[in-house]
Design a protein around this ligand. Structure first.
Ligand SMILES: Cc1ncc(COP(=O)(O)O)c(C=O)c1O
Length: 492
């Protein structure tokens, strides 16, 4: 190992003393840890262009001072009983002090808007410790992930990885994955696309970011659903857009309330986030007609429509679009795992060059090995098999949740958005302080989350909660709701 040690520039002092001082400083500064092995004297002497004797003398000095210890036959080590933590704390404190000197770096307009607004990475709930019965939105059931199939396919890819998986790859994504996704989206979601229009992204959050980059200048109007998805709102705000909240009813976004000057309209038509409303066919046509009249681009976020339990599935809005006005995005986070960071984006051909360019600038492309595994996973039928299975699992969890609410809360709980997805919106009457309700529930082992922050305008009366049920098993759902009922005082 080459080692970087700078000797103090003081020709009046012998080199061994300067070297000893530099090593001592490195130990105190936390660059060497207690017990760590130092380079052999011959190696260090070669690295620093010093005589070996100089290094021997420096080591001997530090051994005498107690900083180093020699172990016969195995080398020289930082003394194991040095209070390692204290030294590192000291070095961190020194760095912080150094950083505190002078003015902080100037932030760009983007960063200023980002930190002034809502930064979803800082959302408290993401950093909270999970409770016993965690009704957090958006987490699939980890236990049901088909790990064996995924492992077999990963091994197959890794056993003989073709060269094209080991270097830089195509920005849009691996051709085999784009083909597989295009076929799946045509077949299951009625998306009209060919593989050339599919861009593989690191989760659909990246699709929102890339879409916003290529469509929005500071000051442009973006219409978003209210209530709506915070991760989208934050992207548009950070980009400097004038974000206009548009109300939603039980057919989705109220098209007449969309401002004519909106350049971009962000919608979740298959399962409005968070209310769960499904956009009616007539509303879809109305929205498309509006966009084509005003020249707006619609971003359709189809984040969880794979899980539909009631009624006929409605095809994606994108499939009805005749004018190339819709960017369609979807994610593997809900149907497989969020940790994979895999999503896709289908854009009209006119936007392809800009979108591909923006994606390249951000991160060149998504990791190729997992793209290859996912392509096999889809092509060999695992994906749709998994979907069929999970639909049943989540449907059972959903009915368990609805039954438990009916049993314990009766008419005090109004539940919406039950037709599809992995969450419902629950409004509980008689809870005067939602925050303390959430806190008491947490203390009793139940994690629930307020829906308030999804509303830009005024939230509905009473206490509303966004309840994900996908990662809690049936027994957990029953026990969790029973505890909630006790907290709410509907049960002794
Ligand atoms: C409505 C909606 N859109 C997009 C996303 C982003 O998902 P991901 O970036 O994991 O694909 C989420 C995640 O929860 C979501 O709820």
């Amino acid at each position: 190992m080459d080692i970087v040690i700078e000797l103090p520039d003081d020709p009046a002092r012998p080199a061994y003393q300067r070297l000893a001082e530099a090593i001592r400083e490195s130990i105190l500064g936390g660059r060497f840890r207690a017990g760590e092995r130092l380079p052999p004297t011959r190696v260090l002497a070669g690295n620093l262009s010093l005589a070996r004797n100089t290094v021997l003398e420096a080591y001997a000095q530090l051994i005498a001072e107690g900083y180093l210890a020699a172990r016969h036959g195995s080398g020289t080590f930082v003394a194991p009983d040095l209070p390692d933590r204290a030294f590192r704390a000291e070095s961190i404190a020194a760095n912080v002090a150094r950083d505190g000197q002078g003015a902080p770096p100037r932030l760009s307009g983007f960063a200023r808007r980002l930190v002034a607004g809502e930064v979803p990475t800082a959302i408290d709930e993401e950093t909270q410790r999970p409770t016993d019965f965690e009704f957090r939105y958006g987490t699939p059931s980890f236990d049901e992930f088909p790990i064996d199939a995924w492992r077999t396919l990963t091994k197959r890819v890794l056993d003989y990885p073709p060269k094209e998986l080991l270097g830089y790859g195509p920005t849009q994504g691996l051709p085999q994955l784009r083909e597989a996704l295009a076929r799946y989206l045509q077949r299951s979601r009625g998306v009209r696309c060919d593989a050339n229009q599919v861009l593989v992204v690191n989760g659909s959050q990246q699709a929102l970011d890339v879409g916003a980059r290529v469509l929005i200048d500071p000051g442009d109007v973006v219409a978003i659903e209210d209530p709506g998805y915070r991760g989208a709102r934050a992207v548009f705000q950070a980009m400097g857009a004038r974000v206009m909240p548009v109300p939603c009813d039980n057919e989705g976004i109220v098209v007449d309330a969309i401002p004519d000057e909106a350049r971009v309209i962000y919608v979740t038509p298959s399962h409005q986030f968070p209310t769960g409303a499904v956009m009616s066919a007539s509303r879809r046509l109305e929205l498309l007609a509006r966009a084509s009249r005003t020249g707006a681009v619609i971003i359709e976020d189809d984040y969880d429509s794979e899980f539909r339990y009631e009624g006929r599935p409605l095809a994606a809005l994108q499939g009805l679009d005749e004018g190339g006005r819709v960017i369609y995005t979807g994610t593997l986070s809900k149907v497989l795992l969020p940790a994979l960071r895999l999503g896709y984006m289908v854009a009209p051909p006119s936007l392809q060059p800009a979108i591909t360019g923006a994606k390249w600038l951000t991160d060149r492309h998504v990791a190729l090995l997992y793209q290859a595994v996912l392509a096999l996973f889809i092509d060999e039928g695992h994906f749709e098999r998994h979907l069929r299975r999970m639909r049943k699992v989540y449907e059972t969890r959903r009915s368990t949740l609805l039954t438990a609410f009916a049993e314990h809360f009766g008419s005090r709980a109004a539940i919406t958005g039950t037709e599809s997805g992995m969450h419902v919106l629950v409004n509980i009457q008689g809870v005067s302080d939602a925050d303390s309700f959430i806190e008491t529930a947490r203390a009793s082992g139940v994690g629930i989350y307020s829906a308030r922050s999804y509303y830009l305008g005024s939230p509905p009366a009473g206490a509303s909660f966004l309840m994900g049920y996908s990662s809690v098993n049936e027994d957990g759902i029953r026990r969790g709701i029973e505890i909630l009922a006790k907290v709410a005082g509907t049960r002794p």
